[in-house]
Design a protein around this ligand. Structure first.
Ligand code: SF4
Ligand code: SF4
Length: 62
C-alpha cells in the first residue's frame, strides 16, 4: 500500500494541530517518543490540510 504521509520527527513539536484536523483520523501523537505518527498513510485524502496547520512544516503529503 502507498504511504502519502511523511512526518519529520526532528522538527515535529507534537502540538497536535494535524491530529485534531485530520478527517481520516490517521494521525496521532506517540506518547513514547512525543512525536506525531501516521497509522495508515494509504487512507490519506491528500488534500494537505495537515500541511497548512503545521507551523513547523513537519508534515508532507505526496
Ligand atoms: S492530508 Fe488530510 S487526510 Fe491526509 S494526513 Fe493530512 S489531514 Fe489527514
Ligand atoms: S502539526 Fe506538525 S508539529 Fe504539530 S503534531 Fe502535527 S506534524 Fe507535529
Amino acid at each position: 500500500m502507498p504511504n502519502y504521509v511523511t512526518i519529520n520527527e526532528a522538527t515535529c513539536t507534537a502540538c497536535g494541530n494535524c491530529v485534531s484536523l485530520c478527517p481520516q483520523g490517521i494521525l496521532y501523537i506517540d506518547e513514547a517518543t512525543n512525536k506525531c505518527k501516521v497509522t495508515d498513510g494509504s487512507k490519506c485524502d491528500r488534500l494537505k490540510g495537515c500541511e497548512r496547520v503545521c507551523k513547523s512544516k513537519s508534515i508532507k503529503i505526496s
